[in-house]
Design a binder for this molecule. Sequence first.
Ligand SMILES: C[S@@+](CC[C@H](N)C(=O)[O-])C[C@H]1O[C@@H](n2cnc3c(N)ncnc32)[C@H](O)[C@@H]1O
Length: 275
Amino acid sequence: MTNQQFSSRNHAATYVQGRLSPPSELIDTVLDYLREGCKPNENGLWPIAVDVGAGSGQSTFLLKDHFTNILGVDISEAQIDEANKRNQFSNISFKVSPAESIPVEDNSVSLVTASQCVHWFDLPKFYQELDRMLVPGGVFAAIFYTASPIKTTEDAKMNQLAEVVEKAFDDLTDMGLWDQRVIDLYHSYYTDLPSPFNTNVKHDFICPISYSCENYLNYIKSWSGYNKLAEKDPEKAKLFIDNIIEKLKSILGTEDVLPVQIQVVYKFFLAMSRK
Ligand SMILES: C[S@@+](CC[C@H](N)C(=O)[O-])C[C@H]1O[C@@H](n2cnc3c(N)ncnc32)[C@H](O)[C@@H]1O
């Protein structure tokens, strides 16, 4: 099914400010697994990686030191435009392309990553595409993270901040604004994702993230569910955000809440499969 959820320019611009990149331990874990089945050259580089559903490069840029060429593809032209604006690396390029038909040669790619996006793909077609492009021993890494920060036992304020995002997600659910594929993702975190190949491994990572409150809000504004609300009823969307700002003011005890730096903790999930 074609995905129009990330096609607006405003949405893509907010996305850059609010979205998370995977932690460096996660990328190291992917590279260690790749190394087991597929050796890099004498300079420690593999030839090609493809980041699918790349958004504005949240995972793509993390691969820059490990591959001779990295291609980020996304079905949304607006996301690819933002990725190109951010791109300062000669070995990284971005193209508009669906996950189900990627412009690379057969048997040419060592690593394919897909972060927080596999739920949008036509999975059987995407898995055929994976099989076509990956070299033997090549790896597919699917990455996901929790919709809201996780609650820690020891920090009451962090827990309250996490609850604000949890409640925002639930309110959008009650308004019927989430695509069922997103609801399914956040119920399972794709622990039940079918594997494309027979050799598989899973890991998870606890990841502290530092944010300004403004970007904490941008994270919520980057959600497809919130963007549906903003399109359907801009006034209601404004009230939705104003209400969240009021909660943040009360938790953090200040009126000038947007520049305040906060730290929260997300959980990342990694499911890898080797061809
Ligand atoms: C939640 S965003 C994830 C972006 C980025 N990977 C990240 O980690 O933030 C999902 C992305 O998948 C893209 N997408 C959805 N369906 C797609 C498809 N069939 N082929 C390629 N990209 C797709 C969307 O345009 C969007 O940019």
